[in-house]
Design a protein around this ligand. Structure first.
Ligand SMILES: Nc1ncnc2c1ncn2[C@@H]1O[C@H](COP(=O)(O)OP(=O)(O)OP(=O)(O)O)[C@@H](O)[C@H]1O
Length: 398
């Protein structure tokens, strides 16, 4: 292995058994085989067994951050546990150069019976730092974790968010050669999450990172490569992180049904997506103008405004187009009206989106109709960017 490679995984796999009874039996059989010097794990799957991770290979160097993404049960945590050494691989080889720091669960790497301060000394010693170095670093660790006044109690009395703060702060101030992070930031508040995400590029100067997350914006921000797992198999691997994220969304493409709510005074009777005045066939090419023909009716005292929202597959709002901007209002006479909403060119990343509509009384805020996910929109294009909206801009030398 070249010196600069911090983690090398070659054809790594882990098998588990669905039945506890069979798993116990296989455990005894494997133990006996190993006792007489026979290798285990290489044989075909036995009854009830499945591959939690299969045939995964990658190399990771300092300065790199591999995002491991995939649906629930895809094998992400199993992979991290194999990399950390807490679970033995049944297939392939893992080599890690140097020290590992793992946050595979809140409190991982911390000693629950020791106080926060004692944990700082214990962790520093474990990573090969002296007591004097730990003492010098202590104020910065406490400040980063925002745990002033809390460090004298045992870590088992910390909330899970506080444990993550201390655990991450230790990694940040005594960076090991390899850092494994498993979805830990999910329990932190927005402020600390932002602090950690901001710190990761600095950590990468010292360490190679493996980052498991279900938050695609976080993955897009910090990862230099991604591996997408599905049922234990790696279905995408590479440096094109946005393309990997798209592969992830394709695997767990949400089947989100349309949902309606509101007072019921407005109705969405029909909707057509248009490209160049014609019904949109298939995907909208990147950057092209989208229009919507909406058949609507409303019966109310005031003419309501219309608001269209485009969301990503996680239903995060990406674009909003509100008719109040242009002063447009839907007649509230109870008759059926066809409304043309021209959204202009959409510079959305290729992928899947959903459309939602709100019909509301602007003055009172009363919602006459909220129609969520009433249509799906697929955007097609070659260029995948790190943010949901990609604009060309105009670049010139002054
Ligand atoms: N100790 C175990 N014994 C048996 N099966 C297990 C064990 N640990 C994990 N599994 C199974 O292995 C598969 C992969 O689990 P893993 O925890 O690695 O998934 P994951 O991708 O991390 O999921 P999530 O996103 O839900 O955290 C799942 O089917 C899980 O039920």
């Amino acid at each position: 292995m070249a010196d600069s490679v911090s983690i090398e995984a070659a054809g790594v796999g882990k098998r588990y058994c669905r039945s506890l009874r069979l798993a116990t039996l296989y455990g005894v059989q494997d133990g006996l085989k190993r006792a007489v010097g026979l290798k285990t794990g290489g044989e075909p799957l036995r009854s009830g067994e499945f591959w939690a991770v299969r045939d995964l290979s990658f190399q990771l160097r300092r300065g790199e951050c591999l995002g491991v993404i995939g649906p629930n049960g895809a094998g992400k945590s199993t992979l991290l546990k194999m990399l950390s050494g807490s679970v033995l691989a049944d297939q392939g080889k893992i080599r890690v150069a140097g020290r590992i720091g793992a946050m595979i669960e809140a409190g991982g790497g911390l000693q629950p019976l020791l106080t926060g301060t004692e944990n700082v000394y214990a962790y520093a010693a474990q990573q090969g730092y002296s007591t004097a170095q730990a003492q010098a670093m202590l104020p910065r660790i406490v400040e980063f974790a925002d745990l002033q006044g809390q460090m004298d109690k045992p870590v088992k009395q910390f909330s899970s968010g506080m444990q993550v703060r201390l655990g991450f702060s230790l990694l940040a101030h005594f960076p090991p050669d390899v850092i494994l992070l498993d979805e830990v930031l999910a329990v932190s508040d927005a402020r600390f999450r932002a602090k950690c995400l901001n710190r990761i590029p600095q950590l990468m100067q010292h360490s190679a990172l493996v980052f498991v997350s279900h938050s695609m914006p976080q993955v897009a921000r910090v990862c230099t490569a991604v591996a997408v797992l599905d049922k234990g198999a790696c279905i995408f691997q590479g440096r094109d992180v946005p393309k990997g994220i798209d592969a992830y969304y394709a695997v767990c493409e949400p089947d989100i049904p349309p949902v309606s709510s509101g007072t019921g005074q407005a109705k969405l009777l029909d909707c057509r997506l248009l490209l160049d005045g014609q019904p949109l066939q298939g995907a909208l090419p990147y950057g092209r103008e989208l229009a919507l023909a909406l058949d609507l009716s409303a019966k109310a005292a005031e003419a309501p405004t219309l608001s269209l929202t485009i969301t990503n597959p996680e239903l995060n709002n990406i674009i909003q187009c509100d008719s109040a901007f242009s002063g447009f209002r839907l007649p509230a006479d109870g008759a059926r009206h066809q409304v043309l909403a021209e959204l202009g060119p959409l510079h959305l990343n290729p992928g899947l989106y959903f459309l939602s509509l709100t019909v509301a009384n602007e003055a009172s805020g009363e919602i006459l109709l909220r129609s969520d996910n009433f249509a799906k929109l697929r955007v097609a294009g070659e260029y995948f960017g790190h943010a949901p909206v990609q604009i060309a801009g105009r670049w010139t030398l002054d």
